[in-house]
Design a protein around this ligand. Structure first.
Ligand SMILES: NC(=O)C1=CN([C@@H]2O[C@H](COP(=O)(O)OP(=O)(O)OC[C@H]3O[C@@H](n4cnc5c(N)ncnc54)[C@H](O)[C@@H]3O)[C@@H](O)[C@H]2O)C=CC1
Ligand SMILES: CC(=O)C(=O)O
Length: 318
């Protein structure tokens, strides 16, 4: 990667602008941030507003960009497209956003872009797959935000229950970023102690209460959207975390949406799975040893997504 690391954001709505804010607050996660959106006034306004942050944070070149600017970018972050309305599921957005992505990804590729795509638009697993297909890039250079946000919600929920710091909770939500996601309970640990052992030793909660907490995590987006119309801070920070893992060549393990080629018995689909992220993109997606029930839930999630993906790809060809 070049010395000056350049990021282009496509989509400057609630999610995109929260990501941009997180990015200008954090030190050294790229030196350039160019922003593209159909709403050019919004971009111009956000650029002016974000520049006001720099004197109190870190230097960065923030500007209104266009597709040719993607040419020498290290990462293109996509948050553009339709968002859920109250009562809608993420999967209700498939048709609209697939069409938007076809044109958008083509324009990025036409610029000569050779970097890494990082996708957050919903349904994120389907649209990450679409970005991979439309771009013709190797799967390692197309990453979706996957279940990074869900896992952050899950870790915080467990941390609040046990009264510990969420940074010491290692726990993943895997599968679809959506209704068929599941908690990898059997692999969850707190400070190195298996979650189930911790619970037994501290009798903090019973198993039923824990399951309720998973439902709360799974349905949290619906709750926030009902209350304020969008969720954006959590994903903004999650995207910046993934971006940092790429630009700083961290080899960090994050449950991003990754292309599965046999892992967990799943093929040819993107889903949230723990993956090692560095400046090449996804270095490796590894197989955690899940319980039989968890593995079944993973495969069920994949089946459901495969069906939606096939329908969406067929519709696009009509
Ligand atoms: N992956 C995740 O964990 C999360 C994903 N999301 C998803 O992120 C997406 C964005 O959500 P919001 O920012 O709340 O929506 P928003 O409606 O506030 O912003 C979307 C932006 O995309 C722009 N846009 C639409 N078509 C475009 C095109 N062809 N080219 C350039 N810009 C275009 C719009 O002008 C708008 O500014 C949604 O699909 C939402 O469901 C939201 C939260 C979490
Ligand atoms: C909207 C969405 O995908 C989320 O907050 O999880």
């Amino acid at each position: 990667m070049a010395e000056t690391q350049k990021v282009i954001l496509i989509g400057d709505g609630a999610v995109g602008s929260s990501f941009a804010f997180a990015n200008v607050l954090s030190s050294g996660v790229g030196q350039e941030l160019g922003i593209i959106d159909l709403n050019e006034d919004r971009v111009q306004g956000d650029v002016l507003d974000l520049i006001d942050v720099l004197a109190y944070t870190h230097p960065k070149h923030v500007y209104k960009a266009d597709y040719p600017d993607c040419k020498d970018a290290d990462v293109v972050v996509i948050t553009a497209g339709a968002a859920q309305k109250p009562g809608e599921t993420r999967l209700d957005l498939v048709s609209k956003n697939m069409k938007i992505f076809k044109g958008m990804v083509q324009q990025v590729v036409d610029s000569g872009f050779q970097g890494i795509f990082l996708v957050a638009t919903n349904p994120v697993d389907i649209l990450t797959y679409a970005t991979w297909k439309f771009s013709g890039f190797p799967a390692s250079r197309v990453i979706g935000s996957g279940t990074t946000l869900d896992s952050a919600r899950f870790r915080q929920e467990i941390a609040d229950t046990l009264n510990v710091d969420s940074r010491n909770v290692h726990a993943y939500i895997l599968g679809e970023h959506g209704d068929t996601e599941f908690a990898a309970w059997s692999r969850s640990n707190v400070g190195g102690l298996q979650l189930y052992d911790w619970i037994q030793e501290n009798s903090a909660v019973d198993e039923e209460e824990l399951i309720e907490k998973f439902y709360k995590v799974r349905d949290k987006a619906y709750e926030i959207i009902k209350l304020k119309g969008a969720t954006h801070y959590g994903i903004g920070v999650a995207l910046n975390r993934i971006l940092k893992a790429i630009l700083h060549n961290e080899n960090a393990i994050l449950p991003v949406s990754s292309y599965l080629a046999g892992e967990y018995g799943i093929n040819d689909i993107y889903l949230g799975a723990p993956s090692i992220i560095n400046n090449q993109g996804i270095r490796n997606t590894f197989e955690m040893e899940l319980s039989e029930h968890e593995l079944q839930l993973f495969q069920d999630s994949a089946k459901q997504m495969r069906k939606i993906l096939d329908e969406a790809l067929a519709e696009l060809e009509d």
